[in-house]
Design a protein around this ligand. Structure first.
Ligand SMILES: Nc1ncnc2c1ncn2[C@@H]1O[C@H](COP(=O)(O)OP(=O)(O)O)[C@@H](O)[C@H]1O
Ligand SMILES: [Mg+2]
Length: 245
């Protein structure tokens, strides 16, 4: 179980001068928080997640994961603590078959092959992808790739799970499956998505972003029920809330 903290203080970033993408972002998370980062297209959700795993250089402010300050020389350590699920599974998967891909991280840690096999089976079982173990990656559907991508991260046993738009490309069955997986695993989770129904089903806390800033940080129940607030920032109430009205 995860008991790590992540502390983000006054983080600002721009890809190009004169175009700030993240502006003075501060938030703290810990324990088994499940945090949804929401906001319209282009507000900086993906950039924020990438920054937390050291995929964008030269930001101002600080990020601490546990007691490790994120900087170039601590990146290997940070990447053992944080598992990042890319929006695009093709950026995540690079071995030829499913087993090899899920085995890659534990092998890379130098674990004995028995332990590697146990980690792989655990991750495949958690993501209900055991039947895909010998399949070639390029033959998988988009939804299967997504679940296998998540398995490649779970086999690392990270302390923190970051996911960028995880529900994209999933059919309803796999979507429910993923919601179940996330709700079962006791990691600290940060999920960026404009799928507010998915956030509603998986997150207890929400950060609402607009123009690179965090506009609200509060309980999912409060923020996602506030239709006027969501509309002001280019979003809509989760569909499940409409149906319940
Ligand atoms: N590699 C990049 N180079 C320059 N600008 C980028 C790059 N990636 C994203 N941006 C810009 O940064 C802003 C935030 O993008 P992004 O973080 O992808 O937003 P979101 O995930 O909320 O849709 C957008 O204006 C986008 O055009
Ligand atoms: Mg994005």
């Amino acid at each position: 179980m995860s008991h790590i903290n992540i502390d983000v203080e006054n983080v600002s970033f721009s890809y190009e001068k004169e175009h700030p993408v993240l502006r003075d972002i501060t938030f703290h998370a810990g324990g088994q928080d499940a945090i949804g980062i929401i906001g319209a297209n282009g507000v900086g959700k993906s950039t924020l997640l990438k920054l937390l795993v050291g995929l964008v250089p030269d930001f101002s402010g600080s990020v601490r994961v546990g007691d490790v300050l994120l900087e170039k020389k601590t990146l290997p350590l940070i990447r053992e603590k944080i598992g990042y699920v890319f929006q695009d599974s093709d950026s995540q998967l690079f071995m030829t078959n499913v087993y090899e891909d899920v085995a890659f991280a534990p092998r890379n840690y130098g674990l004995p092959e028995e332990e590697v096999a146990a980690r792989v089976e655990q991750a495949l079982s958690q993501t209900h992808t055991g039947h895909l173990r010998n399949r070639q990656i390029y033959r998988l559907s988009g939804g299967e790739k997504k679940l296998v991508s998540i398995a490649t991260i779970l086999s690392m046993t990270p302390d923190i799970l970051l996911m960028d738009e995880p529900s994209v490309a999933l059919d309803p069955k796999n979507r429910r499956n993923l919601i179940h997986i996330l709700n079962e695993c006791g990691y600290l989770k940060i999920i960026a998505s404009h799928d507010l129904d998915f956030i509603w089903d998986t997150c207890s806390r929400v950060l609402l972003m607009a123009e690179g800033r965090i506009i609200r940080d509060g309980k999912t129940e409060e923020i996602l029920r506030d239709g006027a607030l969501l509309e002001q920032y280019g979003l809509e109430l989760p569909l499940s809330l409409y149906r319940r009205k």
